[in-house]
Design a protein around this ligand. Structure first.
Ligand SMILES: C[S@@+](CC[C@H](N)C(=O)[O-])C[C@H]1O[C@@H](n2cnc3c(N)ncnc32)[C@H](O)[C@@H]1O
Length: 338
């Protein structure tokens, strides 16, 4: 490879996907998202990238051209992005609205691709997308593959288990890789034999002083009491009965059951559960993880600073593609195709 290759990113959020591509050696020339806190985080950490804070549905060919002209960019080699996934996740199963218009945002992603004409497109989403159907009972997966085809791209997909790609976290994500090049076979990076686990990542973090986004939440006494009773790797079910939530049912006080991430304490020798914006308990201390610790388990470096309220920062981290996974994919593209 003789020159740095250019990337444009959409639905960029705080830039997890982008950071992995940057670390692999790509030049991130253009990024975009309409969410203010994510835009501020992005601009702070990628000062050389042209950032469009816009609803993707409003981005016109002229806006893209002007942004690229500003940086004197003639060609985009790779487009990356993760259209929002709220409507596809299992968590939303009960109130899943198949005609939710957010399901259509990937069509705008394809529109960007038709304008920019990159060699490769990488699209990330929750693995459940593969089993979701639209209001006419058509699988989204087929619709996406067909949309790529109609735009002149061949596409393949693979489900990644992130703990096998350098991320100390169990997270299932589907990656679509598409290309307009006729001379290549679409392949994906291979998984490592070694699974990444929590302990070494948090240990490395503890060597740094004055960390940003590292505010500790002070808990109510009854919450602290529960936290103290959860063993490493355990969750709510491991509490003694008198500390579990009680509810009146048919005139009787009953113990409430909860799902596996509720009051979950991490285990140093295992990967973390999927990082969402829920509370997760520190493996060794009787408190919840800070946003900085969550970011670390997502493989963000300690000096990547997030902007916004505690809640907004937590959401940006939960939304992100873990940079270490993105880097593996980016390096694979460089090695195999350029
Ligand atoms: C799953 S997150 C992407 C995270 C990102 N790939 C990363 O690695 O950090 C989806 C992003 O899409 C943005 N988004 C949702 N609807 C949008 C729209 N209509 N236009 C632009 N951005 C949108 C959200 O604000 C959110 O940051």
């Amino acid at each position: 490879m003789s020159k740095r290759l250019n990337v444009a990113s959409f639905f960029s959020g705080c830039g997890g996907f982008d950071l992995g591509f940057e670390k692999a050696g790509f030049n991130i020339v253009l990024a975009s998202d309409f969410w203010e806190p994510a835009a501020r985080t992005y601009r702070r950490n990628f000062p050389n990238t042209e950032f469009l804070q816009e609803d993707i549905r409003n981005i016109s060919p002229k806006m893209l051209k002007d942004a690229l002209d500003k940086r004197n960019v003639k060609k985009i080699h790779v487009v990356i992005g993760g259209p929002p996934c709220q409507c596809f996740t299992r968590l939303n199963n009960n109130n899943l609205r198949r005609d939710d218009e957010r399901n259509q945002l990937f069509r705008d992603y394809i529109r960007m691709i038709k304008i920019l004409k990159p060699d490769f497109v990488v699209m990330e989403n929750v693995a459940d997308l593969l089993v979701r159907k639209d209001e006419h009972d058509k699988p989204f997966r087929d619709m996406i593959l067909r949309s790529f085809n109609r735009a002149g791209y061949r596409a393949k997909y693979k489900v990644f288990e992130t703990e096998k790609y350098g991320v100390p976290q169990k997270r299932r994500r589907v990656i679509f890789l598409a290309t307009s090049r006729k001379d290549v076979e679409i392949t994906f990076p291979k998984e490592s034999k070694k699974i990444s686990v929590v302990g070494p990542f948090l240990k490395r973090l503890s060597k740094h002083k004055n960390l940003k986004n590292h505010e500790i939440t002070i808990n109510e006494p009854h919450v602290l009491e529960r936290i103290k009773h959860i063993p490493p790797g355990g969750y709510y079910e491991h509490l003694p009965d008198h500390l579990k939530v009680k509810k009146m049912r048919n005139g009787k006080l009953v113990t409430v059951k909860r799902y596996g991430s509720y009051y979950r304490r991490l285990h140093n020798e295992q990967p973390s559960i999927t990082i969402t914006n829920n509370y997760i308990i520190h493996p060794d201390e009787d408190r919840y993880l800070t946003n900085r610790e969550k970011a670390t388990l997502h493989t963000f470096p300690h000096n990547f600073v997030f902007e916004g309220t505690l809640e907004a920062v937590s959401q940006q981290i939960a939304n992100a593609v873990p940079p270490a996974l993105a880097e593996r994919i980016a390096k694979h593209i460089l090695k195999e195709y350029y």
